[in-house]
Design a binder for this molecule. Structure first.
Ligand SMILES: NC(=O)c1ccc[n+]([C@@H]2O[C@H](COP(=O)([O-])OP(=O)(O)OC[C@H]3O[C@@H](n4cnc5c(N)ncnc54)[C@H](O)[C@@H]3O)[C@@H](O)[C@H]2O)c1
Length: 433
């Protein structure tokens, strides 16, 4: 039986829309020359879309990255989230930074599902995207069309058509010289960078297997309020709806999957098979996502990735990657290698969330662009391939996942619309689309 070559599993060959845009063998954090949009000094205006927990953090980090980075505008679906998020940012900044770099006036605070439009029209040079992931394809497309540099939280889509749209937008960003920086923050963690580099250079010989865990507890939820429509309920509790979050394998476990692919030099697996379901979070308040997945990823060269994620309280927890090779083993979280080439990382580790922004804005000011577009799309698809395999009970190949026609996220979403129909998937019954 003819096996697909690794390059066939890339967007380069499989998606006409993104031809000549993406490959599966991207560099760690490609830094390329770009039009010197902001070379040297001067103010750089930043907008934020989705001023929740992560968005507020990203805004502080962007402002901290350079004294002339000015936060000028913000948008959120909800006025209360917008104001509480902005208040949190103000509180976190030192007084001098607040005075000089926090300039989100009342006129530049926007509320609505398409608040991105107004944020992009407020004269920003860069935008931080941290709303629920379902909105990300639309937001990235609009930012790139407007010529604005992007920091995009992970994952970048909740369905394959969304991934394809983002890949096409990233191709356009390349042509326009725009930076695309991903919130897949492990790639900006100094110790992980060092251990992954060693593994890529053969530090444990040939890699045979990888085990990646994101086994943790439950996350937050908001109680239903009588005045909320069904749409507002789902948006406020977006984690629990696959059309908004992608399910926990994409929303959270993607970090682990991204590390596995990174270790494999950004060659992505050819197929996945997965077991998953919901055992504890069965109440309707938890929408339609699963609470655990156990997924086997197969690489073309025979490497296997065993990946486990769970969000259940009062259970064993572990967030780490364990790598087994012909000449040793690696513990990625501990940044250690045992076996033939014993090694332990001993350097300084920066805050990885701050490092993302420090590197993004230093590059922009140096007339360079950072391009994380390939891996942010491919790692999202890797997670979605695992979800498709678990939901359907089938082994799903990369090409099948990439070409999936299932649209979870509607094109247009108005406040008076019904949310898309969402049911809990049942393996063996739920169809692959
Ligand atoms: N890299 C990381 O380690 C990390 C950590 C946490 C979260 N995240 C990611 O960051 C994103 C946000 O997560 P969070 O924990 O901050 O969630 P959150 O719920 O705290 O924040 C999301 C915000 O987006 C707003 N929102 C909803 N729809 C919107 C729309 N159409 N336009 C504008 N705003 C909208 C919500 O009202 C909310 O304020 C997610 O993609 C998540 O996966 C990444």
């Amino acid at each position: 039986m003819k096996r697909p070559s690794p390059s066939r599993r890339s967007f380069l060959k499989t998606s006409a829309a993104t031809a000549a845009a993406l490959t599966t063998s991207g560099s760690l954090s490609a830094l390329q020359s770009a039009p010197a949009v902001h070379q040297g000094g001067g103010q750089l205006k930043i907008g934020i879309v989705g001023v929740g927990g992560r968005g507020s953090g990203a805004a502080v980090q962007a402002v901290t990255a350079h004294p002339e980075n000015i936060l000028v505008s913000a948008g959120d679906a909800f006025a209360d989230r917008l104001e509480s998020g902005l208040a949190g940012i103000e509180e976190t900044l030192t007084e001098s930074k607040r005075k000089a770099q926090f300039q989100v006036t009342k006129e530049r605070r926007f509320v609505g599902l398409d608040a991105i439009d107004q944020v992009l029209n407020s004269g920003v040079d860069a935008v931080l995207l941290a709303s629920p992931p379902g909105f990300r394809p639309m937001q990235i497309e609009k930012a790139v069309a407007k010529g604005v540099h992007v920091f995009a939280e992970k994952p970048i889509a909740t369905d394959a058509p969304g991934v394809r749209r983002v890949a096409a937008a990233c191709a356009l960003a390349r042509q326009k010289g725009l930076s695309i920086v991903s919130g897949l923050c492990y790639r900006y963690h100094d110790a992980r960078r060092a251990v992954v580099q060693r593994l890529q250079e053969g530090g444990i010989g040939e890699i045979l297997a990888m085990q990646g865990n994101y086994v943790t507890g439950e996350l937050w939820s908001f109680p239903r309020q009588p005045q909320w429509s069904e749409l507002e309920w789902q948006l406020r509790n977006w984690l629990y709806y696959p059309w908004l979050s992608g399910d926990l394998i994409a929303e959270q476990h993607i970090h682990t999957l991204d590390v596995m692919a990174w270790i494999k030099r950004d060659v992505y697996p050819r197929a996945a098979a997965s077991l998953g379901g919901r055992q504890k979070r069965t109440d309707s308040q938890f929408g339609t996502i699963y609470d655990h997945f156990a997924t086997i990823y197969e690489w073309e060269d025979g490497t296997r990735g065993y990946s486990y994620c769970r969000q259940q309280n009062d259970c064993w927890r572990d967030v780490n990657e364990y790598i087994v090779g012909t000449e040793g083993r690696a513990n990625v979280f501990q940044s250690t290698i045992t076996g033939k080439n014993e090694w332990r990382f001993q350097g300084k580790v920066r805050d990885m969330y701050q490092a993302e922004h420090d590197e993004m804005f230093a590059a922009l000011r140096a007339g360079k662009r950072i391009d994380n577009g390939d891996y942010m799309c491919n790692s999202t698809l890797m997670a979605l391939m695992g979800r498709m395999a678990a939901y359907t009970g089938k082994r799903v190949t990369w090409d099948e996942a990439l070409n999936s026609q299932e649209v979870l996220m509607p094109d247009l979403l108005a406040w008076d619309a019904e949310p898309p129909k969402s049911v809990v998937a049942v393996p063996g019954i739920t169809k692959f689309i």
